[in-house]
Design a binder for this molecule. Structure first.
Ligand SMILES: [Zn+2]
Length: 79
């Protein structure tokens, strides 16, 4: 990715983790909020003793499959 990280993406979404309690979180940039991303998985090769990497769809490593990440506290303090 050739994007800079100086600005914070404004992709807030609201979720209810506890009924009646809305929380603002950021849509996960890595997987676009789907919770699923291409991840590399190491496949051991016992015949050669080494192994290789495959890409497969799996749980997003950034948000652990939730599709969102917590808002950094500094952002909240600005408002
Ligand atoms: Zn994600």
């Amino acid at each position: 990715m050739a994007r800079g990280f100086s600005s914070i993406p404004d992709r807030r979404i609201r979720i209810q983790r506890v009924p009646g309690v809305w929380e603002e979180v950021l849509e996960c940039d890595y997987c676009g909020g789907s919770g699923v991303a291409e991840v590399e998985e190491a496949v051991p090769d016992y015949r050669s003793g080494s192994g290789y990497l495959i890409e497969r769809l799996g749980e997003c490593p950034d948000c652990e499959g939730r599709g969102y990440v917590e808002l950094p506290e500094e952002i909240d303090a600005e408002e």
